[in-house]
Write a protein that binds this ligand. Structure first.
Ligand SMILES: *Cc1c(COP(=O)(O)O)cnc(C)c1O
Length: 414
């Protein structure tokens, strides 16, 4: 069956589906970078980024992907030789810890299961064991996109407070921002790291670091900071080009403006609610399929699962077979498995992920689930019945965002 007609759906955990409004906002000639529309428009981006992260702190924008923001977050807060505690429950937590280590930071890692949210009691114990209170920061992902568990950030803040530990709390929200509820200030987060190509629906190439006052004070205490990554000129620019340490990422900024318009119009609470409903619809289908077939969640407990990405196993080599079948036949691309098995292990072919972040709605999720059910049937895999109707019932019960959708229709003329 040809997949050359109709819209395809890239259902991987980033880059995510790009809204037409974002594409259209980017389709223009290069603007004047000295004065005029671009300069005025960029000023409007910062408050809306901070709204998405629920913070009154400061945001620095980087031309670079999430790895660039990882590096920026470390070089602005931690000196080489300083100690940090890295809570790792997946490949991305490990990756951020690697970045810090390669920058000369003394990283203590707590390796935790990727199939559940991090247990705050273990964090409290690790901090109490730091008698000299030497850790300058605790770093972790909000959602580790490999295993798809969501970490309880407010509980981890409470654990740090209970241990009376002064470390900065630094959270990677690259997968979760604009998908899973995240409240930087209310949850006591000092540094938040994000990127534009997941919940923020913009082509890959920009990333963001949000700093609390305490984090900015840590930056001011450092003597040598990479001139490119230094957040101070970016958040306190004397000239427009300081915001980007050079030429602005002009088209990305216009695209991001359109994406933030969508989030503003929907309202972030509704954005989180929509992702929750769509995730629940997916889980309902998987629960039904799993009644009489091999499909399994990596994260068994629903309350530990992200609303942005779902990591699944179906037995090797069926995960890879399923991905190939749905891509070739129904125009649906699923995410590869990450972190559940090494790439060179045959078991790797049993795992895959659904990305359900950003510009997604009920009919897309029903299409995703229908495509996967067709794929499982086509490759001869068993599955329990009723998956699609279970998902439809979740969507029916929620009546996803009827009001916000009406507002969105008129809001984004670029
Ligand atoms: C995608 C992702 C990253 C890496 O982002 P890149 O843009 O690929 O560098 C880091 N952390 C998390 C949690 C992610 O989901």
């Amino acid at each position: 069956m040809s997949h050359s007609f109709g819209r395809s759906y890239l259902a991987i955990p980033g880059p995510s589906v790009i809204p037409d409004q974002v594409l259209q906002a980017m389709h223009r000639a290069s603007p004047n970078i000295y004065e005029g529309e671009l300069i005025d428009m960029v000023d409007t981006i910062y408050p809306d980024l901070c709204y998405a992260a629920q913070t009154a702190g400061r945001a620095a924008i980087y031309i670079g992907n999430g790895h660039a923001a990882w590096e920026a977050s470390i070089v602005n807060t931690i000196a080489p030789g300083d100690k940090i505690l890295a809570l790792c429950n997946g490949s991305f937590g490990e990756g951020w810890a690697d970045t810090a280590e390669r920058l000369g930071v003394d990283v203590t890692r707590l390796h935790l299961p990727n199939s559940a949210g991090i247990d705050a009691a273990q964090v409290e114990a690790a901090l109490r064991a730091d008698h000299g209170k030497e850790f300058r920061a605790v770093i972790l992902t909000h959602v580790d996109t490999s295993g798809s568990a969501r970490n309880p950030i407010a509980d981890i803040r409470a654990a740090m407070d209970a241990a009376d530990h002064p470390a900065l709390l630094m959270v990677d929200c690259i997968a979760s921002l604009g998908c899973d509820r995240f409240e930087m200030d209310a949850w006591g987060v000092d540094v938040t790291v994000a990127a534009c190509q997941k919940g923020l629906m913009t082509p890959a190439g920009m990333s963001f670091v949000f700093f609390s006052d305490k984090a900015i004070a840590a930056r001011r205490g450092l003597t040598h900071v990479s001139p490119y990554f230094d957040c101070l000129p970016r958040i306190e620019p004397e000239l427009f080009y300081h915001k980007f340490c050079g030429t602005a990422p002009t088209h990305h900024l216009f695209g991001l403006r359109a994406a933030l318009d969508l989030i503003r119009a929907e309202k972030i609470e509704n954005t989180w609610a929509r992702h929750a409903t769509l995730a629940n619809a997916i889980w309902a289908a998987v629960d039904a399929w799993g009644q009489d077939g091999p499909i399994r969640f990596n994260v068994a407990k629903p309350e530990h699962r992200s609303h942005a990405v779902t990591s699944l196993s179906i037995g090797a080599p069926h995960g890879t077979e399923l991905r190939k079948w749905v891509e070739a036949n129904v125009g649906l691309t699923l995410g590869i498995g990450l972190g559940l098995a090494p790439f060179d292990d045959p078991a790797w072919h049993g795992n895959f992920r659904f990305g359900h972040m950003g510009h997604v709605n009920g009919q897309m999720i029903m299409g995703l689930l229908g495509g996967v059910e067709a794929g499982m049937a086509a490759i001869g895999l068993g599955f329990g019945g009723g998956g699609l109707s279970a998902a439809a019932q979740v969507i029916a019960a929620a009546g996803v965002n009827a009001d916000a959708g009406a507002e969105t229709a008129g809001c984004c003329t670029g």
